[in-house]
Design a protein around this ligand. Structure first.
Ligand code: AMP
Ligand code: MG
Length: 419
């Protein structure tokens, strides 16, 4: 087991061990945010046949060579084709067919004239324009041709993908499984939110923030409850999580007298790959996996609420995205200018909770205040985490630094992109 490694080394180890999950078949309507496990080929042409892009009249362009606003040409309307209708009867010289948008173009016709360029009189129509061949005709297969590879494996399913899958007649689709994340909290001081907080007890908020972080990344949280600080209770509950893809334990992985989680993991066959990452908050982070290769990835997150959330962000979240098949694993980052001086000791990378504000083209970052690893308020106010590099001891007011955007609404435009 390694200890005292950098966050970059820790992330590399985590991602190396995070497996791509297998496939499952689900309803297309439920697939938003999932990742395709297989490519999708088209079994049809879209649109299926040449069809009208307008409400108007299907014509033979050669009949209208002389038509103009001053000298309209009259044609006989021999039938009408609604969207979804069709006709086998070919147009002959001097004939037109009434067509509605989406209607298949009848045989013999090679253009559509918009209704606006005509006047109707019983079963005749006067046409005031001379269309080029193919005018207002959407070609069969212009969107998708038979056999086209329309979606590649690894595509993230969004509204357009869902619409396309539906257009191709798919009601189900193969996607990577959502990681199932078993969440354990541990500590004699912890109670559920409606529990008795007398005698110095506190609510196990980590269970809730971590479950929410899982949901946000599209993973499925499974709550294992609060383990008492005894090896037996910890073991019993950890065992209940062994079938999950990932096991996240918050607290109890530190070096305190009652930190039994590491010992229990060892007993269950999980070997830690690292413990202790040179970062703040979040030093006492552990990561392991089951030797036999059949158990979940195990993250032992620090118990302090901010440490738990920040370490989840930096290590668990990218692992879950990778397991679910995502190619892009990390939050967006931008450069921001510091509104104030920040200081720390050289050695550990600090994730400083900052608020962001726009100033013209620049982004200004300001500390959210008390950066204690138990001060959950600092996460509440944080729109981003500022990366204060390990080797630096000072960032001056006006310096720029990389910030990792947590609140992606910050990237939302304040006004519409048109006026
Ligand atoms: P530990 O890692 O057990 O030493 O816990 C470190 C700190 O985090 C202690 O102040 C704990 O009370 C707190 N803590 C541990 N687990 C949780 C939790 N599930 N929710 C909120 N705070 C916690
Ligand atoms: Mg504890």
């Amino acid at each position: 087991m390694r200890t005292g490694i950098t966050p970059a080394e820790a992330l590399q180890i985590v991602l190396e061990h995070a497996p791509l999950l297998g496939a499952e078949t689900i309803a297309v309507a439920d697939a938003r945010g999932r990742v395709l496990a297989a490519g999708v080929r088209s079994n049809r042409r879209l649109p299926p046949s040449d069809n009208s892009a307008m409400d108007g009249f299907a014509v033979r362009s050669e009949d209208l060579v002389s038509a103009s606003a001053d000298h309209p040409v009259a044609l006989e309307v021999i039938y009408e084709i609604p969207a979804g209708g069709s006709s086998e009867q070919a147009l002959r010289a001097g004939e037109a067919a009434r067509v509605l948008t989406g209607a298949p173009i009848p045989p013999g016709s090679d253009a559509v004239v918009r209704q606006e360029d005509t006047t109707r009189d019983g079963d005749r129509v006067k046409i005031f324009v001379s269309p080029e061949p193919r005018t207002h005709i959407r070609d069969a297969g212009e969107d998708v041709d038979l056999g086209d590879q329309v979606l590649d494996p690894g595509a993230v399913v969004g509204p357009a993908e869902i619409g396309m899958l539906a257009s191709l007649g798919r009601s189900v689709v193969a996607v990577h499984q959502r990681p199932r994340v078993a969440i354990l909290s541990g500590g004699d001081e912890l109670v559920e939110p409606d529990g008795d907080t007398s005698g110095g007890r506190i609510v196990s908020s980590n269970s809730y923030s971590i479950a929410a972080q899982c949901l946000e990344v599209g993973a499925e949280p499974i709550y294992l409850g609060i383990a008492r600080d005894t090896p037996d209770d910890i073991e019993k509950r950890l065992r209940a999580g062994l079938r999950a893809d990932v096991l996240v334990s918050s607290a109890g992985v530190s070096v305190g007298d009652r930190d039994y989680v590491r010992g229990v993991l060892d007993k269950l066959g999980c070997s830690l790959l690292f413990w202790g990452v040179e970062m703040k908050p979040g030093y006492p982070l552990a990561f392991g996996r089951f030797e036999a290769g059949d158990g979940p990835l195990v993250f032992g997150l620090p118990g302090n609420p901010v440490s738990a959330m920040v370490t989840f962000e930096q290590f668990v979240r990218p692992a879950l995205r990778k397991m679910a098949g995502r190619q892009s694993l990390f939050r967006p980052t931008v450069r921001a200018r510091l509104a104030e001086r920040l200081q720390k000791q050289v050695g550990r990378l600090h994730f400083v909770r900052v608020d962001l504000e726009r100033d013209g083209d620049e982004i200004i970052a300001r500390s959210t205040g008390n950066q204690g690893s138990g001060v959950l308020r600092s996460m509440l106010l944080a729109r981003a985490l500022l990366i204060f590099p390990a080797e630096a001891s000072e960032l001056r007011e006006g310096d720029t630094a990389t910030v990792q955007i947590l609140d992606e609404d910050f990237l939302a435009a304040p006004t519409p992109p048109f006026s």
